[in-house]
Write a protein that binds this ligand. Structure first.
Ligand code: K2U
Ligand code: ZN
Length: 170
């Protein structure tokens, strides 16, 4: 089912998440809910803490105009990143309608456990590299605005606080 996406500022978006010890039916259901929530947003990535689940799981589907290629990564970690940086104008489903340029390694190699409990390794390039790093940051309580200067970060945070006040008033 589609879950509510937490909006910054929220303490759960700043807390590091717990590693996942073993795969379970409950985890498979969580992955299905995260993918449904991501596609509904719409987005190309989503991390469990963004729906308030403090566990190390991310989902991604960066394919455009091609059959969807949903990925579910448990305990993902970057095991190699190239020196070249690429800049991408990032957004975040937890920081709606705010975009800013973020520089990240252009390619990364990631190791994770999949839903069948197998360990996987894969190199990600281009938008996939940006997305997987953005999602793994979420698992460590890091948001793309943490890469910006203090003034820009503060301006975005103030906008989100205003948005939440208006939502609360209904
Ligand atoms: O984690 C999230 O909030 C979903 C992010 C993932 C993402 C951010 C920046 C760059 C790549 C991925 C996005 O909100 S998903 C929306 C989106 C769609 C296409 C391109 C960039 C962002
Ligand atoms: Zn995000």
């Amino acid at each position: 089912m589609i879950r509510n996406i937490l909006i910054h500022p929220d303490p759960r978006l700043k807390k590091p998440c717990e590693p996942i010890a073993e795969v379970s039916a409950e985890l498979t259901q969580l992955a299905a809910d995260m993918l449904e929530t991501m596609y509904d947003a719409p987005g190309i990535g989503l991390a469990a803490p963004q729906i308030g689940v403090m566990r190390r799981m991310i989902v991604m589907d960066c394919i455009k105009d091609a059959p969807p290629e949903p990925m579910v990564l448990l305990n993902p970690e970057v095991i190699w990143s190239c020196e070249d940086l690429s800049t991408y104008e990032e957004g975040c489903l937890s920081i709606p309608d705010q975009y800013a340029d973020v520089k990240r390694p252009a390619s990364v190699k990631v190791r994770w456990m999949d839903l069948s409990g197998e360990i996987q390794e894969r190199q990600f390039d281009g938008l996939w590299a940006t997305c997987v790093q953005h999602e793994i940051d979420h698992l460590n309580g890091k948001l793309f605005i943490d890469y910006l200067g203090p003034l820009k970060r503060q301006m975005i945070t103030r906008k989100m606080e205003k948005l939440k006040r208006e939502k609360a008033r209904g």
